[in-house]
Design a protein around this ligand. Structure first.
Ligand code: IMP
Length: 187
């Protein structure tokens, strides 16, 4: 029988990607919201969330905090990515980058796992931002983000193509290596 792990997230897109990445595990979505502490790095946000959930969700459980860091904007929106997406959206980002030549950006993902102890796994994906929204797959900033080595945005890729190179895919590989080493591998 495969091992049950709760993934605490309100984002169905993230859950779908993680479920496909953690094959062999019984990943269950738990839509509990937890406070996102104001901090300047994703790991601090993830650690705070794990500690807050420790007495509220049955372990093992995990969460993920991700962000888009735009070079020309000195890393903005970064830890504020969710708020900026909800307020400015992709069109607002495009306006901020109007006439900006340097389109480089990086997606970062931090996965936190609590299994009696806190474990942190990270992944990043560098790329550039398109001049207009392209594609309809995925979620969030996907229509803007072109990963290095590709001509397509994440939103123009299948979920498997995105996960093969994405920040979340890389963080999930690190998590999987830990789960396999800990002997908690799925059936
Ligand atoms: P959070 O990790 O849920 O706080 O997400 C931060 C923001 O970045 C949200 O607006 C997400 O939609 C966006 N985001 C996170 N991961 C991705 C991704 O893989 N593609 C596109 N946008 C993402």
């Amino acid at each position: 029988m495969s091992q049950k792990i709760y993934f605490v997230t309100g984002n169905p897109g993230k859950y779908a990607e993680m479920r496909d990445l953690l094959t062999g595990f019984d990943l269950r979505r738990k839509a509990v919201s937890y406070p996102e502490v104001q901090a300047d790095d994703l790991e601090a946000v993830a650690r705070f969330g794990l500690r807050w959930l420790q007495d509220r969700v049955e372990p093992p459980f995990m969460l993920e905090d991700a962000g888009l860091f735009i070079d020309a904007l000195h890393g903005f929106p970064g830890v504020y990515s969710a708020y900026v997406f909800a307020t400015l959206g992709n069109r607002g980002i495009l306006r901020l980058l109007e006439d900006v030549e340097n389109r480089r950006a990086c997606f970062r993902s931090v996965v936190g796992l609590y299994d009696g102890e806190i474990h942190i796994f990270s992944g990043e994906c560098r790329g550039t931002l398109a001049g207009e929204e392209r594609g309809s797959q995925g979620f969030g900033y996907d229509p803007l983000f072109i990963p290095e080595g590709s001509a397509l945005t994440f939103a123009q890729m299948t979920p498997a193509e995105k996960s093969a190179r994405s920040h979340r895919g890389r963080a999930a590989q690190n998590l999987l290596a830990h789960l396999e080493q800990a002997g908690t591998g799925g059936g």
